[in-house]
Design a binder for this molecule. Structure first.
Ligand code: ZN
Length: 182
């Protein structure tokens, strides 16, 4: 911005932003967005619709890589559709994570149904597994992420982008609205 008018008097602007200076999404930006996740048939798997926008700290691996990549350089108000292949999403399925366990490994008073998610302890600590089938004596579980091996179709609307505070960067997550309170 030119600091003086033709008359030589300073212009009465305290500060002036050049056009197109909206904060871009890059590392250490706090991003708020609305999203809808669909599968290959157009079925909605998850959506922030009807809730507050989701917030995350960009560049810290808080989102799946395919989505984070597509959002880089975007600004508030932008809408985008992003197709994320499994490699850029929740990874490929690993069939070794499908196991058959004796029914006795599970609490007796819990009714087990296919599709149910339970916490199971393994060599890497507790993780969420999906029960895929239930027989009289055996239960099949799948420890793959439910979205592993899936191509994901996101519709995203960026609602807000701001610089992260030093504290947020240090903690690796967002504070305040839509984030951590501590
Ligand atoms: Zn924190």
């Amino acid at each position: 911005l030119a600091g003086t008018a033709a008359s030589g008097k300073p212009l009465p602007f305290a500060s002036c932003q050049p056009q197109g200076s909206a904060v871009q999404i890059e590392k250490n930006r706090v991003v708020m967005l609305h999203y809808t996740l669909r599968d290959e048939h157009g079925m909605v798997l998850d959506s922030s619709s009807g809730r507050s926008p989701m917030s995350y700290l960009h560049g810290k691996g808080n989102l799946i890589p395919g989505l984070e990549q597509a959002l880089t350089g975007r600004t508030a108000g932008e809408k985008l559709d992003v197709t994320v292949p499994p490699e850029q999403g929740y990874g490929r399925r690993d069939e070794r994570l499908v196991q058959i366990l004796p029914r006795g490994k599970f609490a007796e008073d819990v009714e087990l149904v296919p599709g149910m998610q339970v916490s199971a302890s393994g060599p890497q600590g507790a993780r969420l597994v999906t029960i895929t089938s239930v027989e009289r004596d055996f239960v099949a579980i799948d420890a793959n992420h439910p979205l592993a091996g899936r191509t994901l179709y996101f519709s995203v609307e960026v609602t807000e982008v701001r610089k992260a505070t030093r504290e947020e960067v240090a903690h690796g997550h967002v504070h305040g609205a839509g984030g951590h309170h501590h």
